[in-house]
Design a protein around this ligand. Structure first.
Ligand code: PEP
Ligand code: MN
Length: 356
């Protein structure tokens, strides 16, 4: 069988592919065979129990699909992984020799459910990947990891699948890259892979999201693949055929985090020095800006004027947009930056106004 464990660690990069859901025996076996033929997949995935937003949607084939995965493993030699959300799922999956488990985004949000899954895993030696919760709450994600570690799961990995947002955006689930990056900071040794399928919700953006995650030094990918994507029983819009997945993987550029080339190292450290220097200057300037805000605060207090004057703020923003555009800074960045500066400024003034 293809080795997913290198010594005791999960292989890196780790590429997981397979259908959103197991639908029929033929579909599972054909997907598995065609994926294995690419030689680029390490683990076969298939959802057996599907957490669906609305009743009446396909909720997964259930235990009946587990022997299909066992068969797929026999034919292709690929290890298999399924999503588990309850203790019973864990028991069933273990009974059918599933090699790896993952906890889905809708489960990670609920500590009761995560704990129930963990209790069923006590003393079991199986790698478990945990997806981020659907809402951008890193404590739930790291809480899930800690629960798994507490019951003795030795191999824990993370899957970034984006975060739910209200309204239509480019993505089904916003990537919010700074959040998985923070998780990498908290758990530097832990495997972190990206699930571009659930971030994108469509086929067109898959390649760029997959590449972006690799550029951010993620350790692999989980991508949904179906023999007839348009007619998939779940997530039809985002699945790709095994051959398309193979092409996508071929086009990825894997970069290494570190290199020994001296010239590169020197150039990089010079640039980093410059960035540090600019950051220092920026902070000093912002500090000075706040001092001015303090003065204005004092002045407003003496004259009994409110802190916020909307017109003034609109003027500041309008000026910044025009200038920012010339400097190649996006409107989104300018807005976020000025919101943060403004808030700090208001806090400063508020403190002054309320001082005795
Ligand atoms: C899935 O992987 O098919 C799935 C249900 O994903 P998520 O938990 O990320 O929504
Ligand atoms: Mn899916």
């Amino acid at each position: 069988m293809k080795e997913v464990m290198q010594e005791k660690w999960i292989k890196r990069p780790l590429i997981i592919g397979g259908p959103c859901s197991a639908e029929t025996e033929e579909q599972v076996l054909e997907t598995a065979t065609r994926l294995a033929k690419t030689g680029k997949i390490d683990v076969l995935r298939a959802g057996i129990w599907k957490p669906r937003t609305k009743p009446g949607m396909f909720e997964g084939i259930g235990v009946k699909g587990l022997p299909w995965l066992l068969q797929a493993k026999k034919i292709t030699g690929l290890p298999v992984t399924v999503e588990v959300a309850t203790a019973k799922h864990v028991e069933d999956a273990l009974q059918f020799d599933i090699d790896m488990l993952w906890i889905g985004a809708r489960t990670t949000v609920n500590p009761f459910s995560v704990q129930a899954v963990c209790d069923a895993l006590r003393g079991v030696d199986i790698p478990v990947l945990i997806k981020n919760p659907i809402n951008p709450d890193l404590e739930l994600w790291s809480g899930g990891i800690e629960r798994l570690q507490k019951v003795g799961v030795k191999q824990v990995g993370m899957i970034h699948r984006g975060f739910s947002n209200y309204g239509n955006t480019e993505y089904r689930n916003a990537p919010m890259w700074h959040l998985p990056i923070e998780m990498k900071r908290r758990f530097p040794e832990m495997l972190l892979i990206c699930d571009p399928s659930h971030i994108c919700g469509n086929r067109t953006l898959l390649q760029s999201i997959a590449q972006k995650s690799i550029d951010l030094d993620f350790d692999g990918l989980m991508i949904e693949s179906h023999i007839d994507p348009d007619n998939a029983w779940s997530d039809a819009k985002q699945q790709v055929t095994p051959e398309r997945l193979s092409e996508l993987l071929d086009h990825l550029v894997w970069r290494s985090e570190n290199t020994d080339v001296q010239e590169f190292i020197t150039a990089l450290s010079t640039l980093r020095e410059q960035i540090n220097h600019i950051d220092d200057e920026l902070l000093t300037l912002i500090g000075q800006r706040m001092k001015l805000a303090d003065k204005i605060g004092q002045y407003k207090k003496d004259n009994n004027i409110t802190i916020l004057q909307t017109n003034r703020w609109n003027d500041i923003l309008a000026r910044a947009y025009t200038k920012g555009e010339r400097l190649g800074l996006s409107k989104e960045f300018i807005t976020k930056y000025f919101d943060a500066v403004h808030l700090e400024s208001i806090n400063h003034q508020n403190k002054i106004m309320n001082e005795e």
